[in-house]
Ligand binder design. Structure first.
Ligand SMILES: [Zn+2]
Length: 101
């Protein structure tokens, strides 16, 4: 697929990724089994994003890139350093450093 068709496909996929993250944010608090559901939505969004070459950079603070879990106070630890903010996933231990600007 090339050109215009690809752009349209990507736009559709990007919207779906947004929807999945919005859904994850909603169920993680409202459903009794919310964390598991949210993790599933994140996993699907990641699959969709990689297939369509979409950046998930703006969702870096909302999920773990390694184990696809959705971050809540139970799954995330945030610490600040001099030059960065450190996000640690409490499920798999993966660490994301985000540079302060
Ligand atoms: Zn993780």
């Amino acid at each position: 697929m090339t050109g215009k068709a690809k752009r349209i496909e990507q736009a559709a996929a990007r919207k779906e990724v947004d929807d999945l993250f919005a859904l994850a944010a909603k169920v993680v608090r409202s459903e009794p089994d919310g964390q598991r559901l949210a993790d599933r939505y994140v996993f699907l969004a990641r699959k969709l994003a990689s297939r369509n070459r979409i950046s998930l950079r703006r969702y870096n603070r909302l999920h773990c890139r390694k184990c696809s879990c959705y971050f809540t106070s139970k799954t995330l630890r945030v610490r600040t350093r001099t030059a960065s903010v450190v996000y640690a996933c409490l499920r798999c231990g993966h660490i994301t450093r985000i540079r302060k600007t």
